[in-house]
Design a binder for this molecule. Sequence first.
Ligand code: SF4
Length: 291
Amino acid sequence: MPLELITAADALLVHSSGGKDSLVMLDQVATWAHQVGCTDKIVVVHCDLGDTSEWPGVRDLAERQAARYGLRFIAIDSEDGLLGLVEKRGRFPDAARRLCTSSLKRDKANVLLTSIVTALGLDRQAVVINCLGIRSSESPARARKLPLAIDTRTSNRNRLVITWHPVLEWSETDVWERIATEGLEYHPAYDALMPRLSCVFCVLAGYTVLVRAVRLCWALGLPLPEKYTELEARIGHRFKDQYSLADVVVEAAKVEADEGPLKWRCGDAIRAHLGEDAAADYALRYFALAT
Ligand code: SF4
């Protein structure tokens, strides 16, 4: 009952990484909110991890994605991002101790949530909905999530916080179909066939994705492979238990020697997921909306 949910809420925080899943979730929630005249309740929140963590242009992209629907946008700065966190702790996070998500994103967003509830100035418990663009097919942990749940950790006498996963059951194809048919703007890293717009070197990414990330850094002239391998050597802790980022860089150099530098074309993500015709349609739709 998304329309009833949005109508009942005092505020909706749409958490946007700027990535493809956030993008379609934003499109979906904004469309529903528009139908019930509630777009003014929405705040799009982006945690900016900075240029030593993320691909260039992510924050500006997230802002443009929100602006398409005329929504309020707030970016939260995360000081030194993933690199700074690792430097401070002397070790990389991992799937079991994923401190990066909690300290770089969730804790900071909760501070914003408090200020939004205060600004509402209600003399009753406020109903706040946290909208997250996760999908069950991404991982077994995400498959166990509920579409809607009370966030008991964040709720208190002033606010009832509900976590909503509006695109939980969407497949990756569903996501790309929505992007293509609506002409939504996505990050060019997807055209270089990066599967997620997460940190450039996400601690949860697989080996081949990391190899591709190193090659994309080289293609874009980003100094991140050197920065991360230098940090790895300095703190004496490997990026992953099974291999170091230095190993990944060596493998990336081998692949470059065999295949040459990474190349991509605008629309390659749509091409890869939906085919040539869809990519051509997307280009027409996107440029028509952009001009
Ligand atoms: S994208 Fe990966 S490395 Fe970055 S904060 Fe999230 S889990 Fe951590």
